[in-house]
Design a protein around this ligand. Structure first.
Ligand SMILES: *[C@@H]1O[C@H](CO)[C@@H](O)[C@H](O)[C@H]1NC(C)=O
Ligand SMILES: *[C@@H]1O[C@H](CO)[C@@H](O)[C@H](O)[C@H]1NC(C)=O
Ligand SMILES: *[C@@H]1O[C@H](CO)[C@@H](O)[C@H](O)[C@H]1NC(C)=O
Ligand SMILES: *[C@@H]1O[C@H](CO)[C@@H](O)[C@H](O)[C@H]1NC(C)=O
Ligand SMILES: *[C@@H]1O[C@H](CO)[C@@H](O)[C@H](O)[C@H]1NC(C)=O
Ligand SMILES: *[C@@H]1O[C@H](CO)[C@@H](O)[C@H](O)[C@H]1NC(C)=O
Length: 408
């Protein structure tokens, strides 16, 4: 049918040009020697291709568009191929513009615009059809993955033309995969694989596959978040660095692991925790409300998940109350420490001075009384009368010494 149809058109166009050349020989100069002007066209699959053909000077000679299969699409304003996707935009003596809608990859090829002068002048225009890649799919995810498993993540996209580019990102940082491209018909299937050994740091890591292509203004992205199961890892954190008798004390068993390791078991010195009211176990925390020296020992917490069991130890050494070595204590009591020390110091000095005064005063009083008595006694013993006693050098000397003593 189509071939027949086309033949008629070709004949018709040939006749028309022959007629034109014959009929308007003298004024046919305008159309002679010049070729139609066309442009290569690139269109995204499913879009509309706009095919324009122009001549600068024309004397009513017809223009024609034909497809890569040499089928005439339009001859002037006459539609030649029955294809509802092909429409006429403009047909004048100087221009023939048609559109091809809902373009498919098979529409790609060399289109010809002919100017039916004698001889016929043709110009070719290449219609490029871009294949849009499908949204990427990531396969190979095992949810959850076990630590040390080797997994292969594969991202694939089909339907691109030219072949799309695939990039991988781990938490927004690019990582490189192994690329593979296969042609399927006129388009391509692109695949990129990442192979790695799963680490606990991959737990929660986002792997993004990005597909870039000329037909896309923004890349297509697909993200998968890895879940990794791994054995527990424990650590004990004490609430005080220098625990002292009588203090409130807490040990926390900090555990990481996926699934979360549970339950947390506490023990002391290889046995059960002593059954005393001061010790309270609440989940991951062991609280001792009032520390006592008998609490000394090695505390251990243990937890497990289906991948294993882990434990951590803490050696508790209860210092005596107001342990002098606990020089870190003023740190903890920093806001009140200096005040206490100051008040203590002032009180001590005041007490000391008061004591000194009392002693000095006491001694003075005692001395005064004693000397007086001695003087009297000595004078009475050494000399027969009061005058001799006063003149007595020894007595005088003793008296001077005593005076000196209590004046110091
Ligand atoms: C096609 O091109 C012609 C001429 O350049 C223009 O007038 C027309 O709007 C275009 N049509 C489309 C669908 O792009
Ligand atoms: C082209 O054809 C139209 C009518 O079909 C006519 O009026 C016009 O004069 C012609 N022009 C030339 C340059 O032959
Ligand atoms: C049009 O495309 C063809 C085929 O791809 C190429 O050979 C030619 O140089 C292109 N012409 C222009 C004007 O870009
Ligand atoms: C490409 O073709 C090979 C061989 O046919 C096949 O093994 C492979 O899976 C294909 N790759 C893609 C990305 O389709
Ligand atoms: C510590 O424990 C012992 C024995 O249980 C008890 O006699 C003592 O009073 C406790 N000391 C303090 C400071 O609580
Ligand atoms: C606990 O440690 C203290 C040192 O602060 C030590 O004097 C005491 O004997 C220890 N008690 C036990 C029961 O080990």
């Amino acid at each position: 049918m189509i071939v027949k149809h086309n033949l008629i058109f070709i004949l018709y166009s040939l006749c028309a040009s022959v007629f034109k050349v014959a009929g308007t020989k003298s004024k046919a100069k305008g159309g002679q020697g010049q070729f139609p002007i066309t442009q290569n066209v690139t269109v995204v699959e499913g879009g509309t291709a706009n095919m324009t053909c122009r001549v600068d000077y024309n004397d009513n000679t017809s223009l024609q568009w034909s497809n890569p299969a040499q089928q005439t699409l339009f001859f002037g304003d006459k539609k030649a191929l029955r294809d509802h996707r092909i429409e006429l935009v403009r047909a004048t003596s100087q221009e023939l513009t048609i559109t091809i809608g809902d373009v498919s990859l098979s529409d790609e090829g060399l289109y010809t615009c002919s100017l039916f002068t004698m001889p016929v002048k043709t110009t070719k225009a290449f219609l490029t059809v871009l294949g849009v890649p499908a949204r990427p799919e990531i396969t190979g995810f095992t949810k959850p993955a076990m630590e040390r498993d080797i997994i292969t993540l594969t991202c694939s996209t089909s339907g691109s033309k030219p072949a799309a580019n695939i990039r991988w990102f781990r938490n927004d940082k690019e990582v490189h995969g192994r690329k593979e491209v296969n042609a399927t018909g006129k388009s391509f299937t692109v695949r990129s694989s990442l192979q790695f050994q799963v680490d606990r740091r991959d737990d929660g890591a986002a792997y993004t596959c990005s597909v870039e292509h000329v037909s896309l203004s923004n890349p297509y992205m697909t993200t998968e978040v890895l879940e990794v199961h791994y054995a527990p890892q424990l650590q004990i954190e004490p609430s005080l660095i220098i625990p002292q008798e009588g203090q409130y004390f807490k040990l926390e068993c900090v555990s990481i692991g996926n699934p979360i390791p549970e339950p947390v078991l506490w023990s002391k010195d290889g046995g059960e925790l002593p059954d005393i009211e001061r010790m309270i176990v609440e989940g991951r925390e062991l609280t001792i409300t009032t520390l006592n020296k008998t609490d000394n020992g090695t505390y251990r917490c243990e937890a497990s998940n289906h991948l294993g069991t882990s434990s951590a130890e803490y050696v508790l050494f209860v210092y005596a109350k107001d342990f002098p070595g606990s020089t870190t204590d003023p740190n903890a009591v920093a806001p009140h420490g200096p005040d206490h020390a100051l008040i203590g110091g002032v009180v001590a000095v005041v007490v000391f001075i008061t004591l000194c005064l009392i002693i000095v005063l006491g001694r003075y009083l005692a001395r005064h009384k004693g000397t007086y008595l001695t003087h009297e006694a000595k004078g009475a013993e050494d000399a027969p009368d009061a005058d001799t006693a006063i003149i007595n050098a020894e007595g005088n000397h003793v008296h001077a010494e005593e005076k000196k003593e209590y004046f110091i």
